[in-house]
Design a protein around this ligand. Structure first.
Ligand code: SF4
Length: 395
């Protein structure tokens, strides 16, 4: 009987990283490898399932998954092998009846046929990398698709009966305010019920950074980024979207349950090339990833960085971080301040940051009502200041 079972439970949330893309975008420093569809995809799927199998030890009870997120990279590069991967996961870990299954996709590898197959395999939402509906901007960023195929991809997700989500990028040099507005309107008209808006950032070592250094590309302008984020909040609000996290907007009932689990401190397993995960201490001890000698450990974070095609041997973890009770409480407070709902007073109290919250409120960065601390628009804009003051309080 599960309620008599003293073993720690497997987390209810699983992230699977698929570290391949058709080609690398100019700004991207994510862990992924260019793959024109010629990679050994069955082997990649076998390897990923092997990594998951490594977590299914007898000391840990298998609990049904509430959310499964297949991210990348570009999982849809795997084509039908992606369906094999999803079915392989389900064969190993039970799903709840109302599980949320999300797949990240890019327009060049999401055909209507694949959308149908994903829906048949139980996928409930697809996050499409649109970035912009300005074709010149897409070319400058080395994206492999144009605006028409991005809109077609969103429509094919909706037609297959799944929820379309669109990723957009603000602050791309050369994209006018009018074109940005048209990108926001365009994805909504194509059926998106969830929109993520991230600023273009220049990461060291990327082709974009080299082009900017060589004077052949413009750097993003900070004011344009702020204006773009403001325009997104205004425009998506008029379509009925709620901003529920600093970068995420959803129509009622369409928030990402998986990402909400991250922001509310729920444990999750991550498997695959560049994946990361977070375990509570009982689970981490059962896996011998945390000491069981009374030391102050509340949770464990880990990550993989491994070659996408390393053979069939499970990869070792690349990093392991042990968080104390106070660290975990501070982390909950910081993550909660990414969300419109903020955190309740009890979370701030446990994290020992009630005084910090009062001083952030004095500075106009958070507000306090109904027993909750919430970020203000200015607080979101100055997120690093808010997070830094919470994390470092009294240290
Ligand atoms: S598709 Fe996404 S993960 Fe792949 S290279 Fe482009 S930005 Fe990076």
């Amino acid at each position: 009987m599960p309620w008599d079972d003293p073993r720690p439970s497997l987390p209810r949330h699983l992230y699977v990283h698929v570290p391949v893309c058709r080609s690398k975008c100019a700004y991207c420093d994510f862990y992924s490898r260019a793959d024109l569809g010629t990679g050994d995809h069955p082997r990649l799927v076998r390897h990923t399932l092997g990594l998951l199998r490594g977590w299914l030890i007898p000391e840990v009870r298998r609990a049904p998954l509430q959310t499964l997120y297949l991210g990348g990279g570009t999982p849809t590069v795997l084509g039908d092998e992606l369906v094999t991967l999803i079915k392989g996961v389900q064969a190993m870990v039970p799903f709840t009846d109302d599980i949320e299954v999300t797949v990240e996709a890019n327009p060049e590898s999401l055909t209507p046929e694949l959308a149908e197959s994903l829906a048949d395999a139980g996928v409930t939402r697809v996050s499409v990398g649109v970035q912009s509906l300005d074709d010149d901007a897409l070319r400058r960023l080395d994206r492999r698709h144009d605006s028409a195929s991005a809109l077609a991809a969103l429509r094919s997700v909706a037609e297959a009966g799944m929820q379309p989500s669109a990723d957009l990028m603000c602050g791309i040099p050369g994209v006018s305010a009018d074109t940005w507005e048209r990108s926001l309107e365009g994805v909504v008209e194509a059926g998106a019920v969830h929109v993520s808006v991230y600023p273009l950032t220049v990461e060291q070592g990327t082709p974009l950074a080299a082009r900017i250094a060589a004077g052949t590309a413009d750097a993003p302008d900070e004011d344009a980024v702020v204006d773009g984020m403001d325009a997104a909040a205004r425009s998506l609000g008029t379509f009925g979207f709620e901003r529920y996290e600093v970068a995420n907007y959803a129509m009622p009932g369409h928030r990402s349950r998986h990402n909400t689990a991250y922001w509310t401190g729920r444990p999750y397993i991550g498997v695959g090339g560049g994946a990361h995960g977070m375990l509570d201490v009982a689970h981490a001890q059962a896996c011998t990833l945390a000491p069981d000698d009374g030391r102050d450990v509340a949770r464990v974070r880990y990550s993989y960085v491994s070659d996408p095609f390393p053979g069939d041997q499970p990869s070792p973890l690349a990093s392991l971080e042990l968080l104390t009770v106070l660290d975990a409480a501070r982390e909950d407070a910081m993550l909660g301040m990414r969300m419109t709902d903020g955190i309740d007073e009890g979370v701030a109290e446990r994290a020992g940051v009630t005084d910090v919250m009062r001083s952030l409120a004095d500075d106009g960065l958070v507000s306090h009502d109904d027993g909750r601390w919430r970020p203000t628009a200015r607080g979101w804009l100055l997120g690093n200041e808010v997070f830094g003051r919470i994390w470092n309080a009294g240290r």
